[in-house]
Design a protein around this ligand. Structure first.
Ligand SMILES: *Cc1c(COP(=O)(O)O)cnc(C)c1O
Length: 551
């Protein structure tokens, strides 16, 4: 008589992929997954949401406990599927919500294979060819962005924030050598624009630099760092003998697709190094987690325009390329394949122009940090993480192979064409005002006004003149109401889900400008849905006009 645990063990073995080829069991594995997908599919409707947008019951969640008994795979799957209920379908053409893409099928498979076989990127001994995939993706991306792929090196990490953390840590070691060992004994500064991602502050505090040591350079109306102020503010720091850990160039701001002038930032850095006889070069990190993908246009022939983009699109793509082509001047670059690269979360690459810089953050000084020609690869010697998943590189590799340059050009070109179509309509109407006109990405920020507001002058006055504070606040509230109405409609399957940003940027007198935001990332987006956004706006305006107080 077998012990009781043995029958349980026998049952549980069915829940693992079989170590030795077993086609019948393989079929069970695949079929189990298929059934889960079928169940998710049944949650789809005309709305861009899976199932219903129900309430989230946190008290019930806190009452959950692990059971005594096992549950069947089928039962477990069902409960997992239920947890997707209420999720937005980011790839739905009626979703224009944020910089969240829908992943491609190859990138899902790229991510699933390591989920099954569990390579550990701590070293090539535990990840074999998956380690090679990390090198391949690094080389492909480095050369795409203009780095010398032989000198460059990259490492996948836990998100765009992680890429910033690596950039800042290496920069800090350049500014204050040996602090990996000794710890910080004097302050060092993070310089970025006022439109940079708040991750700059996160990184400063987690590195022990302190958020107070983040210097935010004001931006112009294109959300670009004002270079003359960068120079002044850096000069102030250096004159006081302060050290600069990192200068962050934001190449694609999250809300508006503002692109810093990296070329000019680089010039300022070079000038200051000479002028102050610095014994280090302040590290320049390009936060290109959003903008990197536009690197596919670095060698696109905009005059011939072989892909046949419309005039407005060509101009927007060329406008983005004008800035993105300078990425090669950055000492390091942050890249999110899970943003504009259509990969699942998390797939973020930290890329260094000079892989030798990894030596600075290596755990043991003598160890060769990067794959020299020794034939071994031990990223665990310099990564923050110990165990690292093969998910990121495999998902990224899948999409680089799937798209090539042509595919990414076609996709991004389409998204920008859709955004330009929306901007054209919004610009053409009296009641709407595009806030990020003259920006080149797939995101549009705009405000809607009631009848009788002169949109030729009022938005500008609200932005600059404190006498228009009340007008600004009133229209902030108005746009929130417009958003609520559009949202309610979209959840019923009519119109399009867009989003609301509480502070597109501050007015010159310090008030937040509330804006509606359309972020178009769905490959299924289409002109029809652009018109739907407009119609939804007109319906919302009418409802408010009929009921100005909002009962
Ligand atoms: C999203 C974003 C980040 C943070 O990246 P995660 O992948 O979300 O960690 C940093 N910088 C910019 C400009 C971003 O848009």
């Amino acid at each position: 008589m077998p012990a009781q645990y043995q029958s349980l063990l026998h049952e549980l073995r069915q829940a693992f992929p079989q170590p030795v080829s077993d086609p019948v069991h393989d079929a069970y594995f695949v079929f189990s997954f298929l059934r889960a997908l079928d169940q998710v599919d049944a949650m789809k409707s005309a709305t861009p949401i899976l199932g219903q947008p129900g309430e989230l019951d946190y008290p019930a969640a806190r009452r959950k406990r692990i059971a005594d008994e096992t549950q069947s795979l089928e039962h477990v799957t069902r409960q997992l599927v239920d947890h997707l209920s209420g999720m937005f379908i980011w790839g739905h053409p009626r979703a224009q919500i944020n910089v969240i893409p829908c992943p491609t099928i190859p990138s899902v498979i790229g991510g699933m294979l390591p989920s099954i076989y569990n390579p550990n990127l701590v070293s090539d001994e535990s990840s074999r060819q998956v380690a090679v995939a990390e090198i391949e993706v690094s080389a492909m991306t480095a050369s795409l962005l203009g780095y010398d792929a032989d000198r460059a090196g990259g490492v996948f990490t836990f998100g765009g924030t992680g890429t910033l953390l690596y950039g800042a840590r290496i920069g800090l070691e350049k500014a204050l050598p040996k602090t990996m060992q000794t710890g910080l004994r004097e302050p060092a500064y993070v310089v970025c624009s006022s439109q940079a991602h708040y991750a700059c502050g996160t990184v400063a505090s987690w590195l022990g630099l302190g958020r107070d040591q983040v210097v935010e350079v004001p931006t112009d109306s294109h959300n670009e760092m004002r270079i003359c102020l960068l120079e002044t503010m850096c000069r102030d720091l250096l004159r006081q003998g302060k050290r600069i850990a990192v200068i962050v160039a934001t190449m694609g701001t999250t809300d508006a697709f503002g692109l810093d002038d990296l070329h000019a930032i680089h010039d300022v850095r070079e000038r200051l190094v000479d002028e102050f006889h610095l014994d280090y070069r302040p590290h320049i990190h390009a936060d290109a987690v959003i903008g990197w993908a536009w690197g596919v246009f670095n060698d696109y022939d905009f005059d011939l325009n072989p892909l046949g983009f419309r005039g407005r699109t060509v101009r927007a793509l060329a406008g983005a390329k004008r800035r993105i082509q300078h990425l090669r001047l950055a000492d390091s670059i942050g890249i999110d394949f899970h943003k504009t690269g259509f990969a699942p979360y998390v797939s973020s690459l930290f890329l260094l122009r000079d892989a030798d810089d990894l030596r600075l953050i290596s755990r043991t000084a003598e160890s060769m940090p990067y794959i020299g020609h020794s034939g071994t690869y031990h990223p665990g010697r310099y990564t923050l993480e110990t165990t690292r998943s093969g998910f990121g590189p495999m998902a990224a590799l899948a999409n680089l192979l799937l798209f090539g340059k042509a595919g990414l050009r076609a996709l991004l070109g389409h998204l920008v064409t859709m955004a330009e179509a929306l901007r054209e309509q919004l610009e053409g109407h009296r009641a709407t005002h595009v806030l990020n006109a003259g920006h080149f990405g797939p995101v549009t920020l705009f405000r809607v006004f009631p009848d009788g507001v002169d949109t030729f002058t009022i938005p500008e006055r609200e932005r600059t003149d404190p006498a228009y504070r009340n007008s600004l606040l009133k229209h902030n509230a108005y746009n929130r109401r417009i958003f609520d109405l559009i949202q309610a409609e979209a959840l019923q399957g009519r119109g399009v889900v867009i989003s609301l940003t509480d502070c597109y940027r501050e007015t010159d007198y310090g008030e937040p400008i509330v804006a509606l935001k359309s972020y178009i990332l769905s490959p299924f987006s289409d002109e029809k849905y652009i018109n739907d956004v407009l119609e939804s706006i007109w319906r919302a305006r009418k409802i408010i006009a009929d009921d100005p107080v909002g009962k």
